[in-house]
Design a protein around this ligand. Structure first.
Ligand code: DX5
Ligand code: ZN
Length: 219
């Protein structure tokens, strides 16, 4: 399976979100990554249900919703209802991950789990076979445009081993600080999906950035 590119609209122009989504779709992106932040799980507030619903109406690409919120169990059904194709919750944000993952699937979306840079990967071992997606955070979540944490390459390799060992078919989404210069190494270490916010939207040539990510990721 070739690498997939998921631009994060966190760094898009919020006054012209529809245009930016269509632009990256035309440029060959695969998923639209939507970062939902509540100001509690992470120290920033971004966007929520109405924006996801609006994006779902116009996006030609599946919406990959990343919930950085406390008490995700209160909201997952609503995000699926709003049009999310996949919904990922943080392993750190719930005591009942198994129930929540199955609830997301039952609601009709692909379930994912996101994991912060300091959380031991082993916490995923018993849920991995039930997941469609693992989002490996390669920055501390909360903001776009941060620097990729170098130790993440080792975590990526260990996560790939864990998924193989547990018979999980989940894809690994690498989220935070990914740019064309890192794409090859990230894919080589086990990444399947590259999230890129600043590297796509904070450049003068987003389409060129998507092409560069794909080329580097396919080497
Ligand atoms: C971080 C978010 C990421 C972020 C990626 O809290 O989950 O999706 O927006 O943005 P860049 O690529 O700019 O690090
Ligand atoms: Zn994200």
């Amino acid at each position: 399976m070739s690498v997939r590119i998921a631009p994060s609209v966190l760094s898009a122009d919020f006054s012209a979100l529809g245009n930016d989504v269509r632009m990256v779709a035309d440029a060959g992106a695969d998923w639209i990554h939507v970062d939902v932040m509540d100001g509690r799980f992470v120290p920033n507030i971004s966007i929520g249900l109405p924006v996801v619903a609006a994006l779902a109406r116009i996006s030609p690409l599946p919406l990959d919703v990343h919930l950085m919120i406390v008490e995700p169990e209160k909201y997952v059904d609503a995000f699926v209802e709003a049009g999310a194709a996949s919904v990922s919750v943080h392993v750190e944000a719930t005591d009942h991950l198994h129930r929540l993952v199955h609830r997301i699937r039952h609601a009709g979306a692909r379930p994912g789990v996101a994991i912060n840079p300091a959380t031991p990967l082993d916490t995923l071992a018993d849920i991995a076979p039930d997941l469609d997606i693992v989002i490996l955070m390669t920055v501390n979540p909360g903001f776009g445009g941060q620097t990729f944490i170098e130790r993440s390459y080792d975590r990526l390799r260990r996560l790939r081993d864990l998924l193989d060992r547990t018979g999980s078919a989940a894809t690994i989404t690498v989220d935070g600080g990914v740019d064309p210069a890192r794409a090859e190494a990230v894919v080589e270490a086990g990444g399947d999906v590259l999230v890129a916010g600043a590297a796509v939207f904070a450049t003068p040539d987003p389409a060129g950035a998507i092409a560069a990510l794909r080329t580097a990721g396919q080497r």
